[in-house]
Design a protein around this ligand. Structure first.
Ligand SMILES: *Cc1c(COP(=O)(O)O)cnc(C)c1O
Length: 383
């Protein structure tokens, strides 16, 4: 049997044809595919504005800058995420604080955030970066209430969750990244994520000022927009207004994003089917997995189980050409963050989760046969 990874891209002939078309056109970058991808992505997610960038990490970096984070200012995030969710705060000179997770959903625990805020002097924190971990939406409705009480911004890391939603107290569907409660949301198009463009990212928002700031920061802080210029020397003239970056997405990648979006909804449906089959099998075997609250619709970037003999299972799967993965080593226990004063014991739920978590293969092209094989191997080790 061929290797079974924990996640992988699904590239169609349409994706390939689209890229070839871009290669034959006048634009490899800064062409018409960018705006087309942004509009189509905003439609899919249900937000007003979308800004395509070179990767998810660049999306996080530009977001904290657009939100105005300054050196020395504090931001709260979860320890169970990819390092970039925390690192972006440091790029802007800020300070990262971690709040522990809920042991059932594996998401940042909103009670812990409230506790932290209530026990700190007013104005101690500037923002919160929640992560829709595994594809499960954070309750941004409640988080917004907390954030408003303490005057904080919300930057939602939705890399795992395009297509996920929860129903709020008014029975409305709130899609991850739709701009209802978060100030900004970010996505990644790395090949293991739902939509694959090689490298790529997106920032979504309903806030026009933030949107315009992001556009400027994405290309060096330079503008040619006539109404923004302070002088005008002629057709060549441009001005640099901010210290920005080159975080643009090439048209080649944007083209992939456009055609990949056609399969996004079907991909989420397929992930859901795969999750259901895992859940049925593991309910019978008494193996626990990420709990999805009733009002939430998980986009299943990951399917995570908790097992006591995790290392044994990981090795056994690997012997059988099944490449499971651990998401994540708690960020606060990385040597870099330990050097900033974090220690084992600081976030007990996250650390206990890390001892047992394992992400099983989860991607739309995983076959029934392959999934049966994975389940069979899990059973051999864990029952
Ligand atoms: C993938 C990922 C990122 C970073 O995205 P890149 O495109 O790889 O830079 C950030 N946060 C989370 C939660 C991710 O999964």
């Amino acid at each position: 049997m061929k290797a079974i990874p924990y996640g992988r891209q699904h590239i169609t002939q349409k994706d390939i044809d689209g890229v070839v078309e871009v290669l034959k056109s006048d634009y490899m970058t800064q062409g018409p595919r960018i705006a087309e991808f942004e509009t189509k992505f905003a439609d899919y997610i249900g937000c007003k504005y979308a800004v395509a960038v070179s990767n998810g990490t660049a999306a996080l970096h530009l977001s904290v800058l657009a939100l105005g984070l300054r050196p020395g200012e504090k931001v709260i995030t979860t320890p169970i995420t990819f390092a970039a969710s925390a690192n972006c705060v440091l790029y802007a000179g800020g300070i990262v604080d971690f709040a522990d997770i809920c042991p059932k959903t594996f998401l940042i625990d909103l009670d812990k955030i409230e506790e932290k805020l209530a026990n700190s002097p007013a104005g101690s924190y500037k923002g919160i970066i929640p992560v829709d971990f595994g594809g499960l939406p954070v309750d941004t409705e409640r988080l917004r209430q907390i954030a408003d009480k303490y005057d904080l911004w919300i930057l939602e890391d939705a890399c795992h969750a395009p297509g996920a939603y929860f129903t709020n107290t008014q029975e409305q569907r709130i899609y991850c990244g739709d701009g209802t409660y978060a100030d900004l949301s970010i996505f990644s198009f790395h090949p293991v994520k739902h939509i694959a463009t090689g490298e790529g990212g997106m920032i979504t928002t309903n806030n026009k000022d933030l949107y315009e700031k992001l556009l400027l920061l994405r290309t060096h802080g330079i503008t040619k927009s006539v109404d923004l210029l302070t002088e005008n020397h002629g057709g060549w003239y441009y001005e640099m207004h901010e210290l920005g970056y080159n975080y643009r997405l090439p048209d080649l990648s944007a083209s992939l994003g456009i055609t990949q979006l056609d399969n996004a909804e079907a991909g989420v449906q397929k992930r859901k089917q795969i999750a259901k089959k895992y859940q049925q099998a593991f309910d019978e075997l008494g193996i626990s997995y990420q709990i999805c609250p009733d009002n939430t619709y998980n986009a299943y970037h990951l399917f995570i189980i908790l097992v006591k003999n995790r290392k044994e299972l990981y090795n056994k799967l690997r012997e059988n050409n099944i490449f499971s993965q651990v998401h994540y080593i708690p960020v606060h226990l990385q040597p870099f963050y330990k050097n900033k004063g974090w220690n084992k014991g600081d976030l007990p739920q996250a650390e206990a989760y890390y001892e047992q978590c394992l992400s099983l293969p989860m991607y739309p092209t995983l076959t029934d046969e392959e999934q049966d094989f994975v389940i069979e191997k899990v059973k051999e080790v864990c029952v």
